[in-house]
Design a protein around this ligand. Structure first.
Ligand SMILES: Cc1cc2nc3c(=O)[nH]c(=O)nc-3n(C[C@H](O)[C@H](O)[C@H](O)COP(=O)(O)OP(=O)(O)OC[C@H]3O[C@@H](n4cnc5c(N)ncnc54)[C@H](O)[C@@H]3O)c2cc1C
Length: 512
């Protein structure tokens, strides 16, 4: 018989990380065995951005048994099939990184090799991206729920854009309704056990004391428990990813209702555009080493689709992570554990993955103390994920021809991580993208950026030679036609949203 008292999990922070963690824990853990308390401070507030996601968020919603239409209505959400990158290789160029595959495996050989071979043999295939249904849909501002049993053309998935503030409210209501206790207050002191060094309790500004068995640090960039108190060292990655500020501002929605995020490269950083039902989210991520705050603000305000709906907000950050995301009886989730700029919308995914791994490895009420072997496994998984995402982000900055612009020259001039160097060398030599089961991003994602930013391998995989050229030509033509026909049958993104979760908010005219 299990008779231990419930293990008390204390979550510090009520941003997206804190509430996602509270919601998942409330859903998965038995209330007789685990007690969950969340402390948040209105005085401090949250980052309050984070509007673009990855398809994995759908798994998170499924875990929570959240109804998609309700979720989208309450967060003013839209569908996301990928990211369009403009001006990233050279000004004027553009490409899409879709949540979907390019082409198909033929004879066990990846599509890019067949496509490269067709080019080298003068078959004049269509551009690489035209063999991807998600890209074709984006080009038409169209959307359709993927049919995994009958994909019609090529496989794809989808994610969401949503209002970060409404998302936090949604999760707060969801978790509170399932027994999570919320305490409003500011943590001013953290007590450690004299021998083990484990965290034993917290003191709030009001004087209230709170004991706990296991602590989740979701306190944002402050990293109050993991960084400040337990001294998990900060690993700085700003030499690879030098952006350290963002201006964020919402504006009126335009009729360019894209099922994708847009990212536009700029001399000192890049600008995002995220369409929601009721407004468009915009931001300029930049490096203060290469552009001033005022100049960056002006560049953003000059790029809006419609009238600004608020004053721009300045956010400060730095790229890097805590050396140990799990230390003693404390796990850092969200910004408290690390940050990689929002170029590929990975933060909420890192949060989700961290929560899932933590729940898998959580101490039981019988043992209570965190097992170092499990903490090591958590840290191994976390390191892997951060490093793979980091490499993918750096790729965008190093594979381009924006020469003569200080930010871009700076990143290209810096020695890249060995893992990225290895990937680029293999791609250049043979069109191969080493792929790992765990971690991100998929091979198709890498191909989207590599080809999209103008890299072309010297050779293709020799196994591709097994397909006779006339057959290859025929297959390419058929696939291309199937992809185009599939996208042409889709409804507009706006029509699918209104059918699925009600009419999108009307477009208000910009003030003249
Ligand atoms: C410019 C920018 C754009 C971004 N865009 C995206 C995106 O498109 N997609 C994406 O996935 N992610 C994005 N992110 C990341 C995303 O915003 C964050 O990962 C997410 O909001 C989680 O933040 P958090 O909960 O870790 O921290 P925060 O939102 O900072 O929350 C911290 C919480 O801790 C509490 N707290 C702090 N100190 C104390 C204390 N002493 N006592 C009590 N409570 C305390 C605060 O009150 C708050 O509730 C972006 C981030 C930035 C900076």
């Amino acid at each position: 018989m299990l008779q231990s008292s419930p293990l008390h999990i204390v979550i510090v922070g009520g941003g997206s990380a804190g509430w996602m963690c509270a919601a998942a824990a409330a859903q998965v853990l038995h209330p007789a065995r685990y007690r969950i308390t969340l402390i948040e401070s209105e005085e401090i507030g949250t980052v309050g951005v984070g509007e673009a996601t990855l398809p994995a968020l759908r798994d998170f919603n499924e875990l929570l048994k959240i109804d998609e239409a309700q979720f989208m209505r309450e967060t003013q959400g839209t569908f996301k099939l990928g990211i369009e990158f403009r001006d990233w290789d050279l000004p004027g160029g553009h490409y899409l990184h879709p949540f979907g595959s390019f082409g198909q495996l033929w004879g066990g050989t990846e599509f890019q090799h067949h496509w490269m071979r067709a080019r080298q043999h003068g078959l004049e295939p269509a551009p690489f991206e035209e063999y991807c249904c998600a890209v074709a849909a984006c080009r038409r501002n169209a959307f359709e729920f993927p049919d995994l049993k009958n994909p019609h053309s090529t496989f794809y998935g989808y994610a969401y854009h949503f209002d970060a503030g409404l998302y936090a409210d949604f999760l707060r209501r969801w978790a509170s309704a399932r027994g999570v206790r919320r305490i409003e207050g500011m943590v001013v002191d953290v007590a450690l056990h004299a021998e083990s060094g484990d965290i034993t309790g917290l003191t709030l500004k009001s004087g209230q004391k709170l004991d706990g068995d296991f602590f989740v640090d979701c306190s944002g960039f402050r990293s109050l428990l993991l960084g400040d108190k337990l001294g998990s060292a900060w690993e700085d990655w700003t030499h690879w990813l030098p952006c350290d500020r963002a201006w964020a501002v919402p504006c009126e929605r335009s009729d360019d209702f894209t099922p994708f995020t847009r990212s536009i490269a700029k001399p000192g950083g890049w600008i995002w555009r995220i369409p929601l039902q009721h407004r468009t989210g915009n931001g300029h991520v930049f490096s203060t080493r290469f552009i001033g705050e005022d100049e960056a603000r002006a560049a953003l305000m000059g790029q809006l689709d419609g009238r600004a709906l608020a004053e721009p907000k300045l956010l400060r950050f730095r790229a890097g992570r805590r050396a140990q995301a799990w230390k003693r009886n404390c796990v850092g989730i969200g910004l408290a554990a690390g940050f990689l700029e929002p170029l590929e919308s990975t933060s909420l995914f890192l949060i989700q993955k961290g929560i899932q791994d933590m729940l898998r490895l959580l101490p039981s009420p019988e043992v209570r103390r965190a097992d170092q072997r499990l903490a090591d496994e958590f840290n191994r998984l976390s390191d892997q994920l951060y490093e793979r995402i980091r490499d993918f982000l750096i790729l965008h900055y190093v594979a381009n021809r924006r020469h003569g612009e200080p930010l871009w020259d700076h990143v290209r001039g810096h020695a890249m991580p060995d893992s990225l160097r290895h990937k680029l060398a293999l791609f250049r030599a043979r069109g191969h993208v080493p792929y790992f089961k765990d971690g991100f991003f998929s091979r198709d994602s890498w191909l989207a950026v590599l080809f999209g930013q103008g890299l072309m391998p010297e050779h293709y995989d020799r196994l591709a030679d097994a397909v006779p050229l006339p057959l290859l030509d025929q297959r390419l033509r058929e696939l291309h036609a199937r992809v185009a026909a599939h996208a042409a049958r889709m409804q507009s993104h706006a029509a699918v949203i209104s059918r699925h979760c009600g009419e999108p908010a009307p477009i208000r005219q910009a003030a003249s």
